[in-house]
Write a protein that binds this ligand. Structure first.
Ligand code: PAF
Length: 283
């Protein structure tokens, strides 16, 4: 596995891959890799001859009071895990490399409709930061395929829309969420949970499943189902940002006959903000 810290080094390797006529997949990550990320890498391998993973904690997708400085950073362990997965290239840029201008002079990209709702309403600017760094990575790597986790469902929707709107010739592949035995979605932020909080955290998936079975039974009172999910989580000590039932394709508000739904939740347990979702397809 080759490691690149500069854009120049990365681009040389990409040119070489293309010269050999090989296809290329990109897996963008913020590191502190877990089984969920490794699943993205394995999926990428099924789609392309070569796999490049980027590892960069992007400051421009964190709000001023968020966890940018405490976000877990374990680059050595990450590199070892990626080596074991036979990854071809690891891109580890410094901020000056990716963002040569000061924040007030930077170019950003926005995906408005999908970015202001759900997590976007609680994390202003978050999806602008995600869309911008992902677009930069797409331009630098020019992959045929890019792989993202379905756990970050809204992020995946934003990236799909970005690719569609800007006519980027990149296939976006979503990978199902990897879960712990109690259903907790694997996330780098799970490491913030205390020993007391961790056993409670599985309740998030439990609440999603309760809502999913109400939808499977044909209930259409979405607000009531969502309010019940919120109530269950609050009774267990979560502070709920949102518990929402939306259209699977565009995250819009569903009508009663909508067959393709997604239930999304974001809630805090102590200082840990957890997100999760469950897809429900009816009829
Ligand atoms: O999902 C993540 O880890 C990040 O949001 C991403 C896509 C790597 C952009 O920084």
């Amino acid at each position: 596995m080759e490691t690149f810290e500069t854009i120049e080094g990365l681009k040389k390797a990409v040119v070489e891959i293309r010269r050999r006529g090989e296809s290329l997949a990109l897996v963008p990550t913020m590191g502190h890799l877990h089984e969920g990320h490794l699943q993205l890498v394995r999926t990428a391998r099924q789609w392309a001859d070569r796999v490049i993973v980027s590892l960069y904690v992007n400051p421009f997708q964190f709000g001023p009071a968020e966890d940018f400085s405490s976000y877990p950073r374990t680059p050595e362990a990450d590199a070892e895990a990626l080596l074991r997965e036979n990854v071809d290239g690891l891109f580890l840029p410094a901020t000056e490399e990716l963002y040569p201008r000061p924040p007030e002079a930077m170019t950003f990209v926005e995906v408005p409709a999908l970015s202001d709702t759900l997590c976007g309403a609680f994390r202003p600017g978050h999806f602008r930061g995600v869309a911008t760094v992902v677009l930069k990575l797409f331009h630098l790597v020019e992959p045929d395929v890019a792989v993202f986790g379905e756990k970050d469902f809204q992020q995946l929707a934003v990236i799909r829309r970005l690719v569609e709107d800007l006519h980027l010739p990149i296939k976006i592949v979503g990978v199902p969420t990897v879960r712990e035995a109690d259903g907790l979605a694997r996330s780098s932020r799970n490491s913030y949970l205390s020993a007391i909080e961790r056993p409670l955290a599985g309740a998030l998936f439990g609440a999603l499943n309760e809502a999913a079975s109400a939808l499977d039974r044909g209930l259409t009172a979405y607000d009531e189902i969502a309010a019940e999910g919120r109530h269950v989580l609050e009774s267990k000590g979560f502070e709920v940002d949102y518990f929402a039932i939306r259209c699977l394709d565009d995250l819009g508000i569903p009508g009663p006959l909508e067959p393709r739904l997604v239930i999304l939740v974001a809630a805090r347990l102590g200082r840990t903000r957890l997100i999760d979702n469950l897809i429900v397809q009816r009829g």
